[in-house]
Design a protein. Structure first.
Length: 307
């Protein structure tokens, strides 16, 4: 298994002079997609005065998108390598670590049995607990309790009490009247366009939920909302604003990927990979030899205590 090496961040790659046409937004450098291409386009746009004002932004966005794609590929590749190495580490060395924990617990128990010292007994109990951890309360009662305690259904079943059915709701006459009026006015089948149908379906969903709870006050609010009509459409952003927003999103995405790469590199498995980037399998063999030596030492110590 080969290791691709340290993930290079866009900041490290931008140590050279910034090419023509590069822009910045939100504190993140945005390459222009090559000095020759960016420079030529800039001469055309600025020297001849041709093209739209957004062309330079569009070039910056395209270049930033391409750079982000390459960086995402590098980070994902490194993540897969770390996961694969972690899996091999667990498969090959996991049993040895488990054997060492078992031997440590046996040595601590043998020592406590010989000395009878309360401190030795406490250490033995802790060592055994690390080998056989008790399941957490959440695991034992998964789906039966939350932070406030047992669910009512679970408590009733554990105490042999009948589980109470949910309380039935009977809407008032006024709630039924409001519901019928809203259903007639806002029914989705009355829509002529897809957008209007979607709006009506969303509204009727809220009406049905309020009626199911018998919430007369909310039905009145919904009636007023429907009478007021749909909210006016907001004016969309300009092309330039959309491009700037895209650049800002790319910058945030790049920062997030940089943090992911840093966490991978600073993890225990990532640090091990950096010790032998060209031959990680050899590193596992070396660690296995060290663990086998430790197992032999502990087995000898345990035999001495029991003998």
């Amino acid at each position: 298994m080969a290791y691709a090496g340290r993930v290079t961040t866009p900041e490290a790659e931008q140590s050279q002079p910034e090419p023509a046409g590069a822009g910045t937004r939100g504190g993140a450098e945005v390459p222009a997609g090559g000095a020759e291409q960016g420079g030529e386009a800039q001469v055309t746009a600025e020297g001849e005065g041709a093209g739209r004002p957004e062309e330079r932004l569009e070039r910056a966005v395209r270049a930033a998108e391409q750079a982000l794609i390459e960086y995402e590929i590098a980070v994902e590749t490194f993540r897969v390598e770390v996961e694969n190495f972690s899996r091999l580490h667990h498969q090959k060395l996991g049993p040895m670590y488990a054997r060492l924990d078992e031997l440590d617990a046996c040595i601590a128990e043998a020592t406590a049995a010989r000395t009878g010292d309360p401190e030795d007994i406490r250490k033995a109990d802790e060592a055994r607990a690390r080998v056989m951890p008790m399941p957490g309360v959440e695991e034992l009662f998964h789906g039966w309790m939350d932070g406030s305690g047992l669910f009512p259904e679970a408590e009733a079943m554990l105490t042999d009490q009948p589980v109470r059915p949910p309380q039935r709701v009977r809407p008032s006459d006024e709630a039924r009247k409001l519901y019928r009026e809203l259903a007639r006015k806002a029914h989705p089948d009355l829509a002529q366009e897809d957008a209007e149908r979607a709006r009506r379906e969303e509204f009727i969903t809220r009406v049905n939920a309020a009626y199911a709870r018998g919430d007369e006050a909310l039905l009145r609010e919904l009636a007023e909302e429907w009478a007021a009509g749909p909210a006016p459409k907001e004016q969309g952003p300009t092309p330039a604003e959309e491009l700037y927003a895209r650049l800002e999103w790319l910058a945030r995405r790049k920062e997030m990927l940089t943090l992911v790469a840093k966490e991978l590199e600073e993890s225990a498995i990532g640090a091990m990979l950096r010790l032998a980037p060209d031959d990680p399998d050899r590193l596992l063999d070396e660690i296995a030899e060290q663990l086998l030596a430790q197992v032999a030492e502990r087995e000898a110590a345990l035999a001495a205590l029991r003998g």
